[in-house]
Design a protein around this ligand. Structure first.
Ligand code: KG4
Ligand code: ZN
Length: 351
């Protein structure tokens, strides 16, 4: 029997056992879910290795994934307390990300699905970040507003159903995470930028009026003006030989970058008459942003689904969660599926 015939013979289950595999950047991750219940979550990171080079070196990331993938998958299966032959599907990130890194997870997932005779599901990494909320709150059901703030995307979406969403606004230039990473560089902070800016910000005050990032049009964002303002502030001070507080720059930048995310997400919820906001993406791990989101949503009578920090940054539980959405929609991938460096989130408007 061919692989396709074996897959076609499988019955679609209500609460399948799905393994998620993620290798798009510097985290080699595997996780198992049963329906929306998370059974295991393994993340093996090469971030310490990458920090020596000030950022992710694609070649090093690919090699680190090759070393770690077998251990990540085996541990995820073992820690879930299941046998591999009980799995119903393999969900794997096929993009966006570093192609060499993606190919390690993708090739492993293909071989794994083939050997078990179960469906392979190709997951868009960013849709994975959005789906993390389904594990954080098992009762979450569309419609709701999604606030996505990651290294590559910043957007406010109206999630209409599990598979349909409308982009209400997105970044016109840098993404929120990218802005954190660039601010980190200006402040001479090591990789990874976001968490280091957050750490420094705790020692400073929001005392510098950096420009808000309204592009003036609906829910769109612009972060390049903020980045330039931070660079200009530091360089001008340095050129004049004036002292300044790097911690105050970090705190002021962090407020400017995060406050707009909160106000726009809440405004979108009001516009769409939605009582729920679900957040996702690496920047949502930021403590200041989390607190602000919690407070403002509470004041506005909006319920907030905020995945734990470890499910905001890269992980495979979110890939399995989006895998479940695609499994239920019957979206299985052929074994010829290839890696994609860029996958657009979609055009503004209804998808
Ligand atoms: O969501 P993610 O994995 O990126 C994409 O998939 O595109 O998140 C990575 C981004 C990086 O830019 C990183 O600096 C940022 O999330 N990040 C943070 C924090 N932790 C990660 N930004 C601000 N504060 C944090 N604590
Ligand atoms: Zn990510």
């Amino acid at each position: 029997m061919t692989y396709s015939q074996r897959v076609e013979e499988k019955t679609i289950k209500e609460n399948p056992l799905i393994i998620g595999i993620e290798s798009s950047c510097d985290e080699t991750a595997a996780a198992v879910i049963r329906g929306r219940e998370l059974l295991s979550n393994v993340v093996l990171s090469s971030a310490t290795e990458q920090a020596k080079y000030g950022g992710v070196v694609p070649e090093i990331a690919s090699r680190a994934h090759t070393d770690a993938i077998d251990e990540a998958v085996n541990r995820a299966v073992k820690e879930a307390g299941i046998r591999a032959d009980e799995l119903d599907a393999v969900a794997v990130t096929y993009g966006a990300g570093l192609v060499g890194a993606l190919l390690v997870g993708l090739s492993f997932a293909k071989a794994y699905a083939f050997s078990l005779g179960i469906p392979l599901i190709g997951v868009n990494h960013i849709r994975g970040h959005m789906a993390a909320a389904y594990l954080a709150d098992k009762s979450l059901e569309p419609p709701f507003i999604t606030l996505l703030a990651s290294g590559g995307h910043t957007a406010i979406l109206y999630t209409k159903s599990y598979t349909e969403f409308e982009i209400l606004g997105s970044t016109r230039d840098d993404a929120a995470g990218e802005a954190f990473d660039k601010a980190a560089r200006v402040l001479s902070l090591p990789y990874p930028g976001g968490p280091n800016v957050e750490r420094l910000a705790t020692q400073g005050k929001n005392s510098i009026a950096f420009p808000a990032m309204f592009s003036g049009n609906g829910f769109d964002f612009s972060y390049s003006g903020l980045k330039t303002a931070v660079i200009n502030y530091c360089h001008t001070k340095e050129q004049k030989g004036e002292e300044y507080s790097r911690a105050d720059v970090a705190a002021s930048f962090q407020s400017a970058a995060c406050d707009v995310l909160v106000s726009r997400a809440v405004a979108a919820a009001k516009m769409k008459n939605c009582k729920t906001i679900a957040a996702g993406g690496g920047v949502i791990a930021n403590g200041y942003l989390r607190e602000k989101l919690l407070n403002v949503c509470k004041e506005s009578g909006i319920s907030l689904v905020l995945p734990e920090k470890k499910y905001c940054t890269d992980n495979a539980a979110m890939i399995a969660a989006e895998g479940l959405v695609q499994y239920r929609a019957g979206n299985f991938a052929p074994l010829s599926i290839n890696a994609c460096a860029h996958i657009p989130l979609g055009k503004k408007g209804k998808q």
